[in-house]
Design a protein around this ligand. Structure first.
Ligand code: MRU
Length: 353
């Protein structure tokens, strides 16, 4: 069943004010003739900005995780197309190159399809720049709306556990799951925040903790392997995660480790919330079995920060996403509303097709 929950922060503060309190990071910045990205490979040790001066550099930044997170890579790709148009490049190969950068997050394909439709309709460079800006602005607005909707589901005094990084770094700003946490903390609904490390790339340890400390939100890092033990303790009432692709039946691909969190949550009576903009919903993909799971270089597992930590000769398998079946999800929160106990019919009712 689908319905929209009205925001209720219980303290009469408008959302705009709450957003300003806990929302200071913008990692993807268009500069008029190039794209400026906060290099997520270097955080938190160094805050280094890189300049992408053509679509090939944007593609490399996406592939090598200088920019990451489903919405952020879609936004970066849209700017890559607009920049290519500015430089009078042939756009079909640019679209193909960007599309191939990463396979799982559908926001990348969604943003490129949107740019492609504008190109097919005869849009000039100015119109493509406007479209890329719209994609970015709409994402920020969606995140704020999802923050309201998601926070309204959480009982005051709750503890939450999140996974990976779903914050401002992963989006146009504010974040998806981390946006709900920002809104829930600001509203006094969330009393305890826990973030899993997110091996092997450490998005939780390196990026989510950086965002939370920077925005003054108290949180505790846990080893990924501590999650079930944490749930058993009663300290968390919700697991809140983002998504890279939500299939037509509600099955959800997200960062590796999400699936085991959902299983542990079910066992311990902890609720499980997925927060993602409608650009993450892929109604053309029937179920999670059909979602391509990105396999990355085993070296990401076999070493850390450039040095080998595992014995030479050892091998590794490094899938970086997994699929959580819809039946383990209590709520999917999008800017269009909340779907509780998601399934094919409720997804169709909200997203059509
Ligand atoms: O490999 P990453 O870091 O791009 O993976 C990111 C995630 O899995 C996020 O949880 C997801 O993109 C949602 S971000 C709002």
């Amino acid at each position: 069943m689908s319905f929209v929950v009205d925001a209720d922060f219980g303290d009469n503060r408008p959302m705009t004010q709450l957003s300003e309190t806990h929302d200071s990071i913008r990692a993807v910045q268009w500069q008029g003739d190039h794209l400026r990205l906060l290099d997520q490979r270097r955080l938190p040790a160094q805050e280094v900005w890189i300049a992408c001066r053509d679509a090939a550099q944007v593609t490399t930044a996406i592939r090598d995780l200088a920019v990451r997170g489903a919405p952020a890579i879609g936004i970066a790709a849209a700017w890559g197309v607009a920049m290519a148009s500015q430089q009078h490049a042939s756009l079909p190969p640019v679209l193909d190159m960007l599309r191939a950068a990463r396979p799982t997050a559908v926001n990348l394909m969604w943003a490129l399809d949107r740019m492609k439709r504008r190109i097919a309709a005869g849009a000039d460079t100015a119109a493509l720049l406007v479209e890329a800006q719209r994609i970015q602005d709409e994402d920020l607005a969606a995140n704020r709306r999802m923050g309201e909707l998601g926070a309204a589901l959480i009982a005051p005094g709750s503890g939450v556990l999140t996974h990976c990084n779903t914050g401002s770094l992963a989006t146009a700003g504010f974040g998806t799951a981390l946006g709900v946490i920002r809104a829930g903390v600001a509203a006094g609904r969330i009393a305890r925040v826990y973030a899993g490390e997110t091996r092997p790339w450490q998005q939780g340890a390196r990026l989510t903790m950086w965002e939370l400390v920077r925005d003054g939100i108290a949180a505790q890092l846990i080893a990924d392997s501590a999650a079930a033990h944490l749930m058993k303790s009663g300290a968390v009432q919700w697991v809140i995660v983002g998504a890279d692709r939500i299939a037509a039946n509600g099955d959800t691909a997200n960062k590796i480790g999400t699936y085991q969190l959902a299983i542990a949550a079910k066992y311990h009576g902890v609720k499980f919330m997925v927060v993602a903009p409608s650009s993450t919903v892929d109604m053309a993909t029937g179920d999670g079995e059909q979602i391509e799971i990105e396999l990355r270089d085993p070296a990401e597992l076999l070493g850390f920060a450039g040095s080998r930590t595992v014995v030479e000769g050892a091998q590794a398998w490094n899938p970086v996403f997994d699929v959580t079946p819809a039946e383990l999800i209590d709520a999917i929160v999008t800017e269009r509303g909340v779907i509780e106990r998601p399934g094919r019919l409720a997804m169709q009712a909200m997203f059509g097709r």
